[in-house]
Design a protein. Sequence first.
Lengths: 326, 745
Amino acid sequence: MNQFSYVRPSSLKAAVDAVAKDNSARFIAGGTNLLDLMKSGVVIPEKLVDINRLPLKDIQLNGNTLHIGALALNSELAAHELVTTHHPLLAQALLAGASQQLRNMATVGGNMMQRTRCTYFYDTTMPCNKRSPNSGCGAIGGINRMHAIFGASDSCIAVHPSDMCVALAALDATVLVTGPKGNRRIPFTDFHRLPDNTPQLDNNLAKGELITAVEIPANAYTKNVYYLKVRDRASYAFALVSVAAALDISNNMIRSARLAMGGVAHKPWRLYEAEKALAGKAPTEENFRQAAAIALQSAKTYQHNQFKTGLSVNSIQTALLKAASV
Amino acid sequence: MKKQQTGQSMDRVDGRLKVTGGARYFADHHLPDLLYAALVCSPISSGTIKSINTTKALKAPGVADVVSHLNAPPVPGYKNADPGAKDGLKIFKDNRIYSNGQPVAVVLANTLERAVHAASLVEVQYNQETHYTDMNASMDKAFRNNRMKDYVRGDADAWKKAAVTVDATYTIPLEVHNPMELAGIIAHWDTPDTLVLYAKTQGVKNVQDTVKRLFQLPEQNITVHSRFVGGGFGMALRVWPMEVATILAAKKIRKPVKLVITRDQMFTLVGYRPSAIQKLSLGATSDGKLTGITHEAVAVTSPYEDFTEGIVAMSKFMYACPNVNTRYKLVPLNLSTPVWMRGPGEATGAFALESAIDELSYKLNIDPLQLRILNHADTDPEKDLPFSSKYLKEAYELGAEKIGWTNRKAAPRSMQEDGMLVGYGMSSGTFGAFRGRATVSATLKSDGSLILQSAAADIGPGTATAMVQIAADVTGIAPSKIQFMLGESAYPFAPQQGGSSTVSTLGSAVTDACKALQQKLASLAVSNVPAFKNATPETIVFEDGQLLKAGGQEKITYESLLQQQQLPEVNVVATSQSGEERKKYSMYSFSVHFTKVHVHPQTGVVRIKHIVSVADAGTIVNTKTARSQMIGGVVGGIGMALTEEAILDHRFGRFVNNNYADYHVPVNADTPPTNVYFINKKDPYINPMGSKGMGEIALIGFAAAVSNAVYHATGKRVRDLPITPDKVLDEKAAQQWKVENKLNT
Ligand SMILES: Cc1cc2nc3c(=O)[nH]c(=O)nc-3n(C[C@H](O)[C@H](O)[C@H](O)COP(=O)(O)OP(=O)(O)OC[C@H]3O[C@@H](n4cnc5c(N)ncnc54)[C@H](O)[C@@H]3O)c2cc1C
Ligand code: SF4
């Protein structure tokens, strides 16, 4: 690890300035991802801007909208009454992530900004376009069991590792950002990017921009929801695939559905076509199966992750069945 | 009579120290002027070092030196044999790179952070050569090692002629020990030819012996401390090259040096369970009598050492079968040398053998438990000797009862529960019950306390606790007044803690030392205490820490005897080892594992719901630590069965999951209730306590008990560990099952 300086500003503006003006400065929140990246030599910031003193911890209802400060801890959020009552899908997804110790440190903003767990990205002796543009992609032609089946490119097939973000994508959340050019709102599903030929960019945040909050609009997905995470060990493992399923069912009819997947793409992957296919249908196993099949139409696999298509179909179906039967 | 101490569930004598942070492990030690070491390791897997530029590193703050083959002091013990001799990696001897992660330099600095940073500034140039890390692609390099000759009893490959056969290939991946405590050493040359080491080791005497050989020093010039070890599992059974590198660095800089390696270095520097491909072929009569077993194994080793272990051992004697043959080959790869990992080769072999037996049971339509009983070996068919003790049939029976084996429906994929496929599986395991040679010093103090010393290790099983119990029973002294001291090379010789032999070896020496002590006390009493005058030492009886004159009323406590004679203490040293009994009997421990699993029909996720493990390990000295020992082995077995696999990218010869997040050791959520039972019957021959070993059998066979249960649940046979969801996932079958069961949960 290199030497770096450390500041802990107490205003949003000072924090934004500190990063906007210094190319190698980075925000640090819980540090659960950034410190690992620094120790591996993947990120070498010369200045750390600690944002933990900023007033961004609030979790509250603004009208019908749930407002979640960027510094809310993953563990707090998962247990918060407003979340468990209005957005239980989010609580489930949060609790499927990492371990209690990590969730006690991890923040909402940090979780969104966490980098891929692609092993080639972490090992600086290996090629990786995301870490070091134009060095090649180690995973294509390498070990890619954990990698993407949707939206990948020839330069990167990494997946976004978050569980929380899968639920937020499904729940039509919005990201609130402040930056050198003022405030803006980004639909959650537009926040993260696909790799194309700029895999070094995980998301659409500009230099110096700070996530201040995430907002979830009121919705009807308070009961028939399920977050399914399939992984190699029962806890404390990243998803092979995960599915966030939310159904609004009345009179044995699906009025609307929300579906998103984790572990399959460079961003939390919304299954819009499958959602459409479910709207107006009965919540039957056959309809769920068909929706799952539709969702997988655009999948593309690599040497070691071919199982992910079958696993995804079965997982989508399982998650929908679970959601419907709550 | 006092309460018998062996067989109790006494708390660990060092438990309090361990849970309060009072136990000091090797890395907890600090010496004046200590320097911290960080390793620079090779990113190439084969070739030579072209150059090492240390300019930047040496300029970094706090850096004292960078030591490599270019400037390391010579190691007098490196043999100058022919370069092809496979006698280990001679660190810093020359510029050759054999494997990725091989240390090429040690950076020394006054803080750990500075050492780590400076290590990143060392610039090394390499000449890269072709490397081989893919076992499957290197099978043409497989060779037989002389230590592991082909074995034949009866006819070779007799299975081929049998009425019913199984012929299947089983693979296990490379597994890494990964205990919590990282490896390393503190080395301090307090004079140019006296060396003090704080080591993480399963045997201080082994460290002393290795260093003595390498540095050609008299034994007494080497002091090794290792009072507490945070998990060994086999990885601390030898002195590794990076530890020699640290000793060399300390010699050069003339200051104490501490090395603690990093988690990723644990994958390349301290051995591993070698990946193996095994072909297991069974032949049986249609009523289930085995007529032929052929076990062929290929396992990996390093370019510079032939590592062999007991992969094919169990197949030779586990079942009564007239025709058995085994073949065992090694494939050298550009990897570091493997090492024993709990259960070692036997666990690898048992996965194949016990899976194949299970496969045979379905072909024969005989219950897998019945098939094993049907082919039970009443005597050892390999050595043609009776077993010293064998209660395997009782273990089968007890385990079956406890798991509810009778609830099991015979057909695969025939049981469901809560929307899950349910499977029951079982297997057996065995491991040699050994007894080595050890020496124990016993000192009785005039306050009646007893101090025992031996250069043994305690890597976690509770060695000192068990020894205190054994000594208490022999001497009648209360456990609270007995101290067993270990982990110091200055103490009398004890072998390494490995091969499930510590209680047997050390417990025997403790017993003999305590008895010798009593004889000395008896002689003392007879010659000096008036009341005992006309007795002979042989007629003195010992009870509750007192000497009694046989047939008489006269008695004297140990402490009064010493006090009367004005002796501050009485000391004896006794050595103990096995005798003729080992020629007359075949000695093994046995285990039986039963599991009940749930398999998610759609995702293929396997969850073990219940485990019953039964051990036939002779007399159990401490039921509490023995139970922990069994559970620990079972957890290791869960990892082997379901989660653990070190993955290489063969293009680079580098591990891609060399961290705790991606190399999955089981967590609590993977570990269901585990019910452990002991047959707890004395082995009449092995040693005075009648205790056989237990550390290895806790794990041996377990993986097969899981894969067999997964087969029973799903009808899908996974012969390739670990059993991850992708291997179980079966789209068509899953659908079929759901449709048939009209399942809507
Ligand atoms: C072993 C392990 C296992 C894990 N398993 C899982 C898992 O199963 N599922 C899962 O979802 N996650 C998992 N995680 C990841 C974990 O959720 C993230 O590390 C955590 O959410 C990051 O939050 P943080 O506050 O610690 O971020 P930090 O490490 O502090 O920051 C991460 C990045 O976010 C940036 N950042 C932080 N806050 C802001 C902000 N407000 N605005 C702009 N940029 C910001 C930082 O500059 C940095 O680049 C795991 C992590 C580890 C170490
Ligand atoms: S998949 Fe992306 S992150 Fe992984 S090696 Fe390729 S470019 Fe790097």
